[in-house]
Design a protein around this ligand. Structure first.
Ligand SMILES: [Zn+2]
Length: 215
């Protein structure tokens, strides 16, 4: 069986791999942590997604797998997509995102753990917030939802769908003790949102060590 790489998606696939390399270089997806996808068709929904268990250090475009709305490989494609592909599908369906990125960073892991019980946390007062779509001022407050982690992808997918249905306009959310999902209209925006969230998570995480700061 020969898979046919969708040539129209090559530029986006290459952009996605540059995003993976960037995230890897920042230590946000060590080992086999994290997974990434780009939507190549809306009707029917199809995404190119990183393979299961792949080290992000040496991924090539031909390693990406085409999956459908069932998160299974499309006809003619073999291989095992990321176990978290159902979450990428959930985000693509619920938000209309064109690219979805998922990292396992230190600060995302810690903040998800810290705020898992309360369901999320707020961030305001930082200039870098303006890197998120729709945020015009550092005074604008954002809410970062935290969804409980699970190894049951159907259960986790349902929890993510509920959160997305309840809150319009999100650019990302955390899974407790696990990591960040961020997305955007295309790879460029998803990557920008990833970098903004990871920056803000590190800021609010490190801030705790300065409190009380009376300088
Ligand atoms: Zn993960």
């Amino acid at each position: 069986v020969t898979k046919t790489f969708p040539e129209t998606a090559r530029a986006e696939a290459e952009a996605l791999l540059r995003c993976v390399a960037r995230a890897r270089s920042r230590g946000w997806c060590e080992g086999t942590g994290g997974n990434f996808s780009v939507v190549v068709s809306r009707k029917p929904l199809q995404l190119l997604v990183t393979p299961s268990g792949a080290d992000k250090a040496d991924l090539r475009t031909q390693d990406l797998l085409l999956v459908g709305a069932d998160a299974a490989p499309a006809e003619g494609w073999s291989g095992r997509p990321s176990d978290e592909a159902p979450l990428h599908v959930a985000v693509a369906e619920r938000t209309g995102a064109g690219a979805i990125v998922h990292t396992h960073s230190v600060w995302g892991t810690l903040l998800g753990e810290r705020f898992g019980a309360s369901g999320g946390f707020r961030i305001r007062g930082y200039e870098m917030l303006k890197g998120l779509a729709g945020v015009r001022s550092h005074e604008q407050e954002i809410f970062v939802p935290v969804v409980a982690n699970s190894q049951d992808m159907a259960e986790l997918g349902a929890a993510v769908r509920r959160e997305l249905a309840a809150r319009a306009g999100l650019a990302g959310l955390l899974i407790a003790g696990h990591g960040l999902y961020a997305w955007g209209a295309g790879v460029a925006e998803a990557r920008r949102h990833l970098e903004i969230f990871e920056f803000l998570f590190e800021v609010v995480g490190r801030r705790a060590s300065l409190e009380p700061f009376t300088g």
